[in-house]
Design a protein around this ligand. Structure first.
Ligand SMILES: [Zn+2]
Ligand SMILES: [Zn+2]
Length: 264
C-alpha cells in the first residue's frame, strides 16, 4: 500500500479524529509509512479555527512516532494555507519547526473558502479563473513548500454551482502554475479526497498530470486528505494506475524536507 502523505487529525480545526485512529487505520491497511499534515491557515476569517498549535502538535507527533516505531514510519508534516501577504511568516515558520514535509494549499481566495457558496456568489463569472490566478501568484511568491496540494481544489465545489471543468478549458491558467512548480522543483500532489466524495478524478484531474509530465514535471506526492479513518488511503490503487498511465514510475515522499522516491 502506497504511503499516505496527506492526513488530518483532531489537530486540524475541521477533524475530530484522534491521531491514533488514523495511525491504526494505516497499520491495518498495511501501510509502512504515513505523513500527518494538519491544517494551518493563518490569518483567515472562518468559523473554524485553522490555526495549528505547533508546540503541542510536535509533542504529540514525536511521542506517537516513538510509540509506533516498529509498526509504522511516521513523518510529521503540515498543510499550509498559502497567501501572499503572509509569505514571510510562512517562511519563518518552516524555518522554526522541523517538518518532514510541507504541503502548500490554496483554501482562501479574496478571504473566502470555495467550500462555502459565498465564494461562488461573489465570483459569478470567474470563480475558477480567480482561483487559478491566486494560486499562480502564491506559488510564484512563496518558496517554503514541497508539494502543491489539490491544484484544482475548487472543482470539488464548483460542480454544484453548475460550472463545467476540464484541463483544456483552463489550460491557459493551469499551465503557468505547472511551469512555476517545475522551475522551482516543487511536487504536484495527487489528492484522492475527491474520489472519496464520489467524483471521478482526483485533484488535480488526470489531464493535469499528463501535462505536468509533458512539461518535464517528475515529482508527484500522494495523499488521501482523510479527515477520518475510512478515507485514509482511499482510491490509491486507482490513483497509482492513473499516475503510471501518465508516465510516472515513482511517487515522492519527503523526510526532513528531502525527496525520496518510491515505485508506483
Ligand atoms: Zn486542503
Ligand atoms: Zn488537507
Amino acid at each position: 500500500m502506497y504511503a499516505d502523505c496527506h492526513i488530518h487529525t483532531s489537530f486540524s480545526g475541521d477533524s475530530d479524529t484522534p491521531p491514533r485512529e488514523q495511525l491504526d487505520r494505516a497499520v491495518s491497511l498495511g501501510m509502512k509509512r504515513v505523513c500527518i499534515t494538519d491544517h494551518h491557515d493563518h490569518d483567515v476569517v472562518s468559523d473554524i479555527d485553522f490555526e495549528l498549535d505547533f508546540f503541542s502538535y510536535f509533542d504529540e507527533m514525536l511521542r506517537l512516532r516513538a510509540e509506533y516505531e516498529n509498526r509504522l514510519d511516521i513523518c510529521i508534516g503540515v498543510e499550509l494555507g498559502l497567501q501572499c501577504r503572509i509569505a514571510e511568516y510562512l517562511e519563518g515558520l518552516t524555518g522554526e519547526f522541523p517538518f518532514d514535509f510541507v504541503i502548500g494549499s490554496v483554501h482562501f481566495i479574496d478571504g473566502l473558502d470555495p467550500y462555502y457558496d459565498e465564494y461562488f456568489e461573489t465570483h459569478p463569472k470567474n470563480a475558477y479563473e480567480r482561483f487559478f490566478e491566486a494560486t499562480l501568484s502564491r506559488v510564484k511568491k512563496i518558496d517554503c513548500f514541497d508539494s502543491l496540494g489539490h491544484l484544482d481544489y475548487i472543482v470539488r465545489y464548483g460542480q454544484k454551482h453548475g460550472l463545467s471543468y476540464s484541463y483544456r478549458e483552463f489550460a491557459e491558467y493551469i499551465d503557468p502554475i505547472l511551469r512555476v512548480l517545475i522551475e522551482k522543483g516543487k511536487a504536484l500532489e495527487c489528492n484522492t479526497g475527491a474520489l472519496a466524495k464520489g467524483m471521478n478524478d482526483p485533484n488535480p484531474c488526470r489531464e493535469v498530470f499528463m501535462r505536468y509530465r509533458e512539461l518535464g514535471g517528475e515529482l508527484v506526492t500522494l495523499g488521501s486528505d482523510a479527515h477520518s479513518p475510512e478515507n485514509l488511503g482511499f482510491g490509491f490503487d486507482r490513483a497509482g494506475k492513473m499516475l503510471k498511465d501518465c508516465g510516472f514510475e515513482y511517487y515522492t515522499v519527503f523526510r526532513e524536507r528531502q525527496a525520496e522516491f518510491l515505485p508506483l
